[in-house]
Design a protein around this ligand. Structure first.
Ligand code: GLN
Length: 457
């Protein structure tokens, strides 16, 4: 697969033209909602003319369409923001541009990042890179697909409960959900502020580490950002790897378990110590997640009222009608479902029973992780119980769709880093990822470990 260094060998114009050409050739995947062609070509000329330099000079990339970026609208895959032109750029995009990287387009997602398949996009689903009858995964499905198709060597996504890791797994690329607070969320459409993270897809652990290194660091516009701790490293010691028992049960597809076991065997033969560990609170993690996250969504999405942002409903007579119709027309069903659940669990009669209880359970989950990290460097398991499922297979039953998030939501609730690394393909040719979870700020270690086990190492 194409790496950053492959694009670095070309002139910036050639690199950008190549990426744009590949993007147009692969339109049937519906992975991109727009191209930022004019701006990209102008920036390429500036790189070739020596006006822009940096560690990613002339390297094309794609951003999920919930990042504010110049050159095309920022839709969050909704009709509400169909024509919304960003007045500023996300800090993450600014930092990459400062190193010479060139954004060529904006990737498809589940509207407002609510989902795990990209089927909730108002612009139709993205298709899986290995089988177009299957989902891309989500919510950052488009970003995973453009990376897997070698359109660009890296693409940005957001991960609130698995939205980078799961599509990375479904498309056979590396996906990084960093420690909460690693990268500024400024200029990224908010979903759930206490678990939203900014990360990347790439084809190698090294490329992912470079991109994360550039994006990480304090931003005065996001008070939750951590001082930059991300230092790419190489693995110089043997680790203790904990295999999470709850992730390897019969509920997980046999071929997924087999590929993950294969990865663990490889780690073992490299001299790492393998132990089995218990994370009992996992059983409650989906319940916690689908209370806390909708609660935060209902609050964050209150701003889309047709007055301050986006498309306004027409032919209305009262203010209430303006709000109501704008939101009814602009949000997809899944957005509305979450706003309703969130409003319910935050309402005065139910706050204690649901929201507060979920937050208490979250603390217990965090404690369990902390205990395990006293003895384990890395926890390992699958990313998802299945490979990419068929388009339409889970759309009729939202709970079925939520159940597929069972392995990714716990690290999000705990704010710990978790990455998805290719573990091979099933007999049917579908990629499967292995999830590596570490303690807070161990992001670079996870990537170094992943690199040590990469195929050509
Ligand atoms: N699939 C999860 C959800 O629907 C994760 C979404 C995300 O990380 N943005 O909430």
């Amino acid at each position: 697969m194409v790496k950053i260094s492959d694009y670095a060998r070309m002139s910036a114009l050639e690199a950008v033209q190549t990426a744009l050409h590949k993007a147009k050739e692969n339109e049937q995947y519906n992975a991109l909602l727009s191209l930022t062609e004019d701006r990209a070509l102008r920036r390429a000329q500036a790189v070739d003319g020596g006006e822009i330099t940096g560690r990613l000079a002339g390297i094309p990339f794609v951003v999920k369409d919930n990042f504010l970026a110049y050159g095309a609208p920022t839709t969050a895959a909704s009709t509400l923001l169909k024509e919304f032109m960003a007045p500023i750029q996300a800090t993450a995009v600014e930092k990459l541009e400062a190193e010479g990287a060139i954004c060529i387009g904006k990737a498809n997602l589940d509207a407002f990042a609510h989902g795990g398949s990209t089927e909730n996009s108002a612009y139709g689903p993205a298709k899986n890179s290995h089988d177009t009858s299957r989902v891309a995964g989500g919510s950052s499905g488009g970003s995973a697909v453009v990376t897997a198709l070698d359109i660009v060597p890296f693409a940005l996504g957001t991960d609130t409960g698995g939205s980078i890791r799961q599509p990375a797994s479904f498309n056979g690329v590396v996906g990084v959900k960093p420690t909460y607070g690693t990268v500024s969320r400024y200029g990224v459409v908010a979903m759930a502020s206490s678990t939203d993270t900014i990360g990347t897809f790439a084809t190698t652990a090294d490329d992912a580490a470079l991109v994360m290194d550039i994006m990480a660091g304090t931003d005065e516009r996001d008070m939750t950002t951590l001082p930059d701790f991300f230092v790419p490293t190489t693995l110089d010691k043997k680790l203790t790897i904990g295999v999470v028992k709850q992730f390897m049960t019969d509920d997980v597809d046999a071929d997924v378990r087999q590929l993950v076991r294969g990865y663990i065997e490889k780690a073992k033969s490299d001299g790492h110590t393998i132990v089995e560990v218990d994370l009992p609170m996992i059983e409650y993690s989906l319940a916690m997640y689908y209370i806390i996250v909708p609660a935060e969504i209902s609050s964050n999405l209150a701003r889309y009222d047709g007055i301050r942002y986006g498309t306004r409903a027409e032919g209305v007579k009262t203010l209430a009608e303006l709000y109501g119709k704008t939101r009814d027309q602009g949000f997809v069903t899944e957005n509305k479902r979450r706003i309703m659940i969130g409003s319910y669990v935050l309402s005065s009669g139910f706050f204690d029973a649901y929201y507060q209880k979920a937050q208490k359970a979250r603390t217990l989950l965090i404690n369990e992780f902390n205990t395990l990290f006293q003895t384990c460097d890395v926890l390992v398991g699958p990313v998802s119980p299945t490979p990419a499922f068929k388009l339409g297979e889970n759309t009729a039953d939202p709970v079925k769709m939520y159940l597929a998030d069972i392995m990714t939501v716990a690290p999000s609730l705990a704010g710990v880093p978790a990455i998805s690394v290719p573990a091979g393909v099933t007999e049917g040719g579908l990629p499967v990822g292995v999830q590596l979870i570490g303690q807070q700020k161990s992001d670079a270690l996870l990537l170094a470990f992943a690199k040590s086990l990469e195929e050509d190492n």
